[in-house]
Design a protein. Structure first.
Lengths: 426, 469
C-alpha cells in the first residue's frame, strides 16, 4: 500500500493511516460535478475516501474533525503543469521540461525528473492543489514525451502515475518546431507507422525516429495510453479528431482548444475530452482568433468533458490560481450573452475532470468512495478569493501548511531588523 | 542623506534655471529663432476627447470612493463628464438617467500603472512586437506611444472584464532605460494621440536586474552583470546632468543653442521632475542601490514596479517617498522573483508605504480587482486587516498618484473625471463583473447592451466577432 510506504518514509507517521477520520459538519464539495452539500460528512480510512455526502454514518471509533462553518472539498487537480520539474520558469538550469539537444522525444519519461521538495509544490499544496498533471515540452518533434500525474505530498514518492499520457503539438507551436502543420502530420504518421511496424516485428530501419521513441508510441497507437494533443484552432481540432479514422484505438485528449466552442458538437460526438485554457479570451495568436471566456461553458453544454488548466493564461501566480479561474467561469454565468458553469461543474473542471481526461477519475479527483483521500478543509467557498485552506490531506496523510512563502512572511511581517540581522529570525 | 539630496536638487535647479514659467526657458538664437528647452515641448499632443454622456444618478449602491471612503446605500451623480456629487439620497436632476444600484457596487475605474497593451498587442506575432528597443541598453529617446497599436483587442477586455479606464503603457524591461511611457484613457481611437490622457505627465521606464544584464550580456557587451547595470546607468545620468547644464548656460548667456539629443531630453525631463520614473526592480537590495543612485544625480524614483521584495524594505521605500507597484501573488518565475509572497501588499500597507497593484499582463489586467482581493485576504490572515474600501486605493487612487493624475481621476470626488465602474456585485468577489463602465461620463460598456461593447478593427469580421469576450 502506498499509504504504508508513505508512513515508513515520511515524517508524518504521527498520522495513523489505519485510523478512520470523519470530517463533519462542513459544506462538502465532492468534485464530481454535483453541487455543494451543506452540513455533510467525509469519511476517510487507509488513504481512501470511504464516503462523502449528507447522509453518511460516522463509523464507530472514527476520529471526528469538526468542520462546521467550513468547506470540505476534494483536492484540486492541476490540469497541465511543470510542477516539480522546474524551480522557477526562468531559471533555466533547473528546467527538465524541454529536452534541448536530445535525440529522443516520445520516449522521454517526465516522471524521472519530479522533485517533490521544490518550492512551488509546497506552495500549491498549502493552497489545496493535491495532484498535478506534469508534461514535458516538445522540442524538435511533434512528440514531447510521456507525462505523469503526481501528488504534491510532503514525501519522497510523488508519482501517482508515470507515463500517464503522450504529449503532442499539432498547431502553431508544433509547426514552429517542425516547419509547418502538414510537416507535423507527416512526422506524426511516420512515427506511428514505425511504432506499429516495430510491434509486428517489422523492420523500422527507414523510420526517422529512434527505436526507443517508436516503442514509446506503441501504447498510444494501441489505445493503452492517452495522446494529449495541443491545438487551438477549430480547423486544427477537426484534423486531430480525424486521426481516429487512421488510428481507431487512439485515446485523444485535446489541450488548449481555444476555438473548441466552434466545433463543440463534433468534439462531443468523438468523445474526446478537453483540458482547456480556462479564461483565455484574447486572440493571442491567429490560431486563437475566436477565443472567448464562454469556450468552456459552451463546450460543456455541447456534452464535452472539459477540464481547465493554466495553459494560455498567466502561470506566474502558480497552480493555486486555478480556483480563481473556475470561480470566474461561475461569475460569467451572470453576464448576459456569456456561457459559464454552475458551481459544481466549475469545481469539477479543477478536480475530477482533469483526472477523467486521462482516465484516472476512478482513482483521484473527487470524494467519491474509493478515491484517494485528497481532502482540503477551506475556511470558506474554495472558489472565492478570500478563502484559504486550513488543512490538507493527501492519500489520507495530513500535510504541512507551511512553505518558503509562509516563512518569508513571518520573517518580514515587521521589515525592520531587530537585535540581530533578519538571517537569524526563523 | 536628505541634505545631500537637497543640495543636489538646489544645484540642479540653479544650474538649469528652468523652474520658472515657460517664457524664461525660451531663448532667441542669433538668427532670431526662438528655442525652448526641448524636453519641455509636446510634439505629439493628446487629441483625446470625451464622448457625450447623459447626466446619471446611481442610487442605493455601495460606494468605494477610491480614497478609502465607503458609503452603503449611497448615490453617485455624474454629468458633463465629471463626478458631481456622492452621498446619500441625492436628488435626481431633471433629465438624468436614474439607475437603481441595489445589490451593486460602484467604484472609480481601475487604473493599471503597468501595461504593455498596444506595444505587445494581440495577436502576439513578431510584426506586433514593439515593446523593447533591444539595440542598446539605454534608449531614453524612444517613446512607447510610437509603438502603441490602438487596435489591440486587449484594450476591450481590460474595459469590459476589468473595469480598467486608464492605463500606463510602458516600454519593456530589456533595457536599463527603456524609454518614455504613455498614459492613455481606455477608449479606442483611430490614433494613439486620440487615447492619450490629457495633461498626464510622461513616465520613464527603467529596469534593474536580470533582464538588461541577460539581454546585453548575451550580445557580449556591457552590462552583463548587476554592477554593469548600475555603471551604465550612472554614466548615462552623468551625461544628462551635463546636457542640462549646457542648456542652462545657453538659457542664461544665449548664443547657439546646444545640439539636441532626444535621449538626453527625456533624462533632462526626469531631472526637472517633469517626467516620472517607473523603475522595474524586483529585489530589495537593488531598490536600495537605485535609491542611492537617484540621490547622486538628483532625480526621484516615483515607483518601483514588480517589487516582489518590496516588503523586505517597506520602511526604506516609505522613507524615500517611493511607491511599490506589485502583483498579488506572482513569484518564482525567475530567480529575482523567487521570494515573492502574497502578503507583500499588506505588509507595505501596514508600513504606511504607498502601494498598488499592477498587471504587466494582458490577462491579469482583466482581473486586477480580484488580485487585490487575494492580497487583502492574505493580509487578513497575517493579522493585517485592510477594509475593502481602503484596499480599493491599490486599484485607483494610488495608481493615479503614481501617474501624477490624482487631481483628475482615481477617486469619486466631485469635479474629477467620471471614470466609473458599476459592478454586478461585490467587486472583491470572484463572481463579480462590471455591469457598466463610464469614461469621462460616457457609457462605454454596458453588459446589457451589445452595442456598448467595443470590437477592435482586428476582430471585425473574424470568427467570434461580437461574441462576448
Amino acid at each position: 500500500m502506498r499509504a504504508l510506504l508513505l508512513c515508513a518514509a515520511a515524517l508524518l507517521c504521527g498520522t495513523a493511516h489505519a485510523e478512520t477520520i470523519a470530517i463533519s459538519g462542513g459544506t462538502v464539495a465532492i468534485g464530481d460535478g454535483s453541487q455543494p452539500i451543506p452540513s455533510g460528512i467525509v469519511v476517510i480510512r487507509d488513504g481512501r475516501v470511504i464516503a462523502a455526502g449528507a447522509n453518511v454514518a460516522v463509523p464507530a471509533g472514527a476520529r471526528i474533525v469538526d468542520a462546521q462553518g467550513k468547506w470540505v472539498a476534494a483536492g484540486l487537480v492541476a490540469g497541465f503543469t511543470s510542477e516539480g520539474i522546474v524551480d522557477g520558469e526562468g531559471i533555466e538550469e533547473t528546467y527538465d521540461g524541454a529536452a534541448g539537444k536530445s535525440v529522443f522525444n516520445a520516449a522521454i519519461d517526465i516522471s524521472t525528473a519530479i522533485n517533490p521538495t521544490n518550492q512551488s509544490i509546497a506552495v500549491d499544496r498549502s493552497w489545496g492543489v493535491t495532484r498535478a498533471v506534469v508534461s514535458p515540452e516538445a522540442n524538435n518533434s511533434v512528440f514531447a514525451g510521456q507525462g505523469a500525474v503526481i501528488d504534491t505530498g510532503a514525501d519522497d514518492t510523488p508519482v501517482t502515475k508515470a507515463r500517464a499520457f503522450q504529449y503532442a503539438e499539432l498547431g502553431e507551436d508544433g509547426a514552429s518546431h517542425i516547419g509547418s502543420r502538414p510537416a507535423s502530420y507527416v512526422m506524426l504518421h511516420d512515427a506511428l507507422a514505425a511504432a506499429r511496424s516495430a510491434s509486428r516485428g517489422g523492420d523500422s530501419k527507414d523510420a526517422l525516429i529512434t527505436r526507443a521513441d517508436a516503442a514509446a508510441l506503441l501504447p498510444v497507437v494501441e489505445g493503452r495510453m492517452p495522446l494529449v494533443v495541443h491545438v487551438e484552432r477549430a480547423s486544427d481540432i477537426l484534423q486531430v479528431l480525424s486521426l481516429k479514422q487512421a488510428y481507431p484505438n487512439l485515446k485523444l485528449v485535446l489541450l488548449g482548444a481555444a476555438e473548441g466552442w466552434m466545433v463543440a458538437p463534433k468534439i462531443a460526438a468523438a468523445h474526446v475530452p478537453v483540458i482547456a485554457a480556462g479564461l483565455a479570451d484574447l486572440p493571442a495568436a491567429f490560431e486563437r482568433t475566436a477565443a472567448t471566456e464562454s469556450n468552456v461553458g459552451r463546450m460543456q453544454q455541447a456534452g464535452v468533458t472539459v477540464a481547465i488548466s493554466t495553459v494560455d493564461v498567466s502561470t506566474e501566480g502558480g497552480q493555486r490560481n486555478l480556483r480563481q479561474y473556475a470561480g470566474n467561469l461561475v461569475g460569467i454565468s451572470r453576464v448576459p450573452g456569456m456561457t459559464g458553469l454552475d458551481w459544481g461543474a466549475a469545481f469539477a473542471t479543477i478536480t475530477s475532470r482533469p483526472a477523467a481526461a486521462l482516465g484516472l477519475d476512478g482513482d483521484i479527483g473527487s470524494l467519491r468512495p474509493g478515491r484517494r483521500a485528497d481532502v482540503v478543509i477551506w475556511d470558506g467557498d474554495p472558489l472565492e478569493l478570500s478563502s484559504a485552506p486550513l488543512a490538507v490531506w493527501i492519500d489520507g496523510v495530513a500535510q504541512p501548511m507551511t512553505s518558503r512563502q509562509t516563512r518569508l512572511r513571518d520573517r518580514y511581517l515587521n521589515p525592520q531588523e531587530g537585535a540581530l540581522p533578519k538571517a537569524y529570525e526563523r | 542623506m536628505l541634505d545631500r539630496r537637497a543640495a543636489l536638487a538646489a544645484f540642479l535647479i540653479l544650474a538649469a534655471c528652468t523652474d520658472g514659467a515657460p517664457p524664461r526657458s525660451v531663448s532667441t538664437t542669433p538668427s532670431g529663432e526662438r528655442v525652448v528647452e526641448p524636453w519641455k515641448t509636446d510634439p505629439f499632443p493628446s487629441t483625446y476627447h470625451a464622448y457625450p454622456g447623459i447626466p446619471t444618478l446611481v442610487t442605493n449602491v455601495t460606494i468605494y470612493d477610491g480614497e478609502g471612503g465607503r458609503i452603503d446605500g449611497g448615490s453617485v451623480l455624474f454629468a458633463d463628464g465629471k463626478v458631481q456629487a456622492i452621498g446619500r439620497n441625492l436628488p435626481a436632476p431633471a433629465g438624468a438617467t436614474v439607475i437603481d444600484g441595489t445589490g451593486k457596487w460602484i467604484t472609480p475605474g481601475v487604473i493599471d500603472v503597468h501595461s504593455h497593451l498596444g506595444v505587445y498587442a494581440s495577436p502576439g506575432v513578431k510584426a506586433l512586437s514593439d515593446g523593447n528597443e533591444m539595440t542598446s541598453p539605454t534608449t531614453p529617446e524612444v517613446w512607447a506611444e510610437h509603438s502603441v497599436w490602438p487596435q489591440d483587442p486587449g484594450f476591450s477586455r481590460a474595459l469590459t472584464n476589468g473595469g480598467v479606464t486608464t492605463l500606463q503603457i510602458l516600454p519593456g524591461s530589456a533595457n536599463l532605460m527603456g524609454g518614455r511611457s504613455v498614459v492613455v484613457k481606455n477608449v479606442y481611437a483611430r490614433t494613439t494621440q486620440g487615447m492619450k490622457f490629457p495633461g498626464a505627465p510622461y513616465g520613464f521606464k527603467m529596469a534593474c536586474g536580470e533582464n538588461p544584464k541577460r539581454v546585453y550580456g548575451a550580445k557580449g557587451r556591457e552590462p552583463s552583470t548587476r554592477m554593469g547595470n548600475i555603471a551604465v546607468d550612472r554614466e548615462t545620468w552623468q551625461q544628462a546632468v551635463e546636457y542640462k547644464r549646457r542648456w542652462a548656460k545657453y538659457e542664461k548667456e544665449g548664443g547657439d543653442p546646444p545640439s539636441r539629443s532626444l535621449a538626453m531630453d527625456t533624462l533632462a525631463g526626469v531631472l526637472d521632475g517633469k517626467i516620472l520614473v517607473h523603475n522595474h526592480c524586483y529585489r530589495a537590495d537593488e531598490m536600495a542601490n537605485v535609491i542611492d543612485m537617484s540621490k547622486e544625480f538628483g532625480y526621484h524614483v516615483t515607483a518601483f514596479h514588480h517589487g516582489v521584495e518590496a516588503y523586505k524594505v517597506a520602511d526604506l521605500l516609505k522613507a524615500n517617498d517611493i511607491c511599490a507597484v506589485v502583483w498579488a501573488d506572482w513569484y518564482g518565475f525567475k530567480m529575482e522573483s523567487y521570494d515573492g509572497i502574497p502578503e507583500n501588499l499588506a505588509i507595505l500597507q501596514k508600513t504606511g508605504t504607498c502601494a498598488m497593484i499592477h498587471s504587466d499582463d494582458e490577462n491579469g489586467v482583466q482581473r486586477l480587482n480580484q488580485e487585490v482581493a487575494k492580497a487583502q485576504a492574505a493580509g487578513r490572515r497575517a493579522g493585517i486587516p485592510i477594509p475593502d474600501e481602503v484596499a480599493w486605493e491599490w486599484l485607483s487612487y494610488n495608481p493615479a498618484k503614481a501617474l501624477g493624475i490624482a487631481d483628475k481621476t482615481g477617486s469619486l470626488k466631485p469635479g474629477k473625471m467620471a471614470d466609473i465602474v458599476l459592478w454586478n456585485g461585490n467587486p472583491l468577489s470572484v463572481y463579480t463583473r462590471p455591469d457598466k463602465v463610464w469614461v469621462d461620463g460616457a457609457l462605454l460598456y454596458d453588459a446589457h447592451d451589445p452595442k456598448r461593447r467595443p470590437v477592435s478593427d482586428f476582430e471585425l469580421g473574424q470568427p467570434g466577432e461580437g461574441d462576448v469576450k
